[in-house]
Ligand binder design. Sequence first.
Ligand SMILES: Cc1cc2nc3c(=O)[nH]c(=O)nc-3n(C[C@H](O)[C@H](O)[C@H](O)COP(=O)(O)OP(=O)(O)OC[C@H]3O[C@@H](n4cnc5c(N)ncnc54)[C@H](O)[C@@H]3O)c2cc1C
Length: 452
Amino acid sequence: MASLVLSSHSNCNYHLRSLLSVTRSINPTKIYAKRVTVAASSAIVGRKLRAAVIGGGPAGSSAAAALASGGVETFLIERDINNAKPCGGAIPLCMLDEFDIPMEIVDRRVSQMKVVSPSNLVVDFGKTLKPHEFIAMCRREVLDAFLRSRAERSGASVISALVTHFDVPENSDQPYTVHYAAAGRRAHLDVDVLIGADGVNSKVAKAIGAGDYSCAIAFQERIRLPEEKMKYYENMAEMYVGRDVSPDFYAWVFPKCDHVAVGTGTVCSKRDIKSFQRAIRHRARDKIEGGKVVKVEAHPIPEHPRPVRVRHRAALVGDAAGYVTKCSGEGIYFAAKSGKMCGEGIARASEGGTKMVEERDLRREYLKEWDSKYKSTFVFLDLLQRVFYGSDAAREALVELCGDEYVQKMTFDSYLYKKLAAGNPWEDAKLVANTVGSLMRCSVMGRDVLKV
Ligand SMILES: Cc1cc2nc3c(=O)[nH]c(=O)nc-3n(C[C@H](O)[C@H](O)[C@H](O)COP(=O)(O)OP(=O)(O)OC[C@H]3O[C@@H](n4cnc5c(N)ncnc54)[C@H](O)[C@@H]3O)c2cc1C
C-alpha cells in the first residue's frame, strides 16, 4: 500500500523517502541473542536496564526515544517499517511542539471545519481559531517514519522483524524473552522490561493476560481529486453525522498532501460499514466527484482501556492500552504521549537504567500519572458520544450547538492544547441551557438522555 502512494506522488513523498532511508540496516538475527539474567537485587551491575518495545507506531517510537534518552538499553521492534497505518492523520497543535515535529511532516493545516447534520445543516466550526491555530493533517507513513528515526537517533536499536511470541517470567529473577522472525530467520531477545505498543491486536496484551476490550471498525478511502476540487479542501476538513453514515460515530473528509481521506466508523453495526462508506461518499458527492480512489483501508479502533495495562515489568501504551477517545476517535497524540510517559517513567524509576524496576514503579510513574491527567477527558468524551450520537435528533442538536462560538472555543482549546479549557461560569450556564434547548427542539429529551 505504501509503495502505491510512494510511486504516485513524487513531490510530497520526498520527505518520506529520506526518512525511511535513515533507518539503519541491522542483522536482527545475529546481534541480540545474548541472554539477560535479571538482577535479584535492585542494582544492575555491568550493564544497563534492557527494554524491548514492540511496535513502531507513535506509541512505540515515543516510548523507545524516551527510554533510550533516559539511559535504558532499548530495542524497538517493528514488523513493517514501511507501514502506512490506516488513519485520518489529524493531530493537535500541541503535539507539534511537544514532540518537536517539523512542519514538513504536516501535509495540510486545517483552519476551517464544517460539521454537517443528518438534514444537511452545515455549521462552520473553526470560527474562533486564531490565525496561528490549525489542526495538522499528516500521512501516517510520514509521521511514523519520522518518529521511528527520532527513536533511533536517541539511541534505540530498531529491529525490522515480526514478533511471534513471548516467554513471560514466572518469577522476578527471570527475563522476558521476545521471539521474532526477520528475513525468514527466527531469533530471540531477553529483556528486563517489555512495552506493548503493538496496536489493537496486541500480542503483548495477550501474553501478559491484559484482557479484552470492544472495538469499533473504521473504514477509509484515499481519493485523489481533480486539482480544482482539491482547492476546496486545501485547509478544510468536514465531519458528517447521521444514521446513514454511522449509527454511533461520525464520517469524515480530511485533506492530505494531494488527496482526501474519506471514511467512517462504527461499533454497533460493523457488518454495514461498506454501506456507511457509500453514504458518506454520497453526502460529499458534489465535492469529491471525479476523484480516483488510490487506496482503501480498514482497521479496528479500541473503545475502552484494557482491564490491565501494567503487569509485573510489562506495560501497554497507545492502542494496545486502549487510549482512543470516544466521540472524536483521536488516538495518535494519546499513543505518543502514553509511550513517552511510560518510557520516561521507567528511565526515572531505574535511575538512568542502573536499577531494576518493579510493577509498583510502572504503576506509580506511568499509570497513576496517566490516569490523573487523562481519565476525566476519556470519561467526558464517552458521555458526549452517548448523548449526541444516539439518534438523528440528537445529532441535529449537536450540530446546532456546534454553531455556538463558546462551544467552538472550548472544543478547540481542549483539542488543540490537550488541557481542560478554563470556562466562563456565565457562558457555561448558557451552554447548559442551550444544550437542553437544542435537545428539546430536536425532541430527544426524555428517552435518549435518560439512557445515559
Ligand atoms: C481509519 C482510522 C482513522 C483514524 N484517524 C485518526 C485521526 O485522524 N487522528 C487520530 O488521532 N487518531 C486516528 N485514529 C486512531 C489512530 O490511528 C491510533 O490511535 C494510533 O495509530 C495508535 O498508535 P499506536 O502506536 O498505539 O498503534 P499503531 O499505530 O497501530 O502501531 C502499532 C505498530 O505495531 C506494529 N506491530 C503490531 N504487531 C506487531 C508484531 N507482532 N511485531 C512487530 N510489530 C508489530 C504495527 O506494524 C504498527 O506499526 C484512526 C484510526 C483509524 C483506524
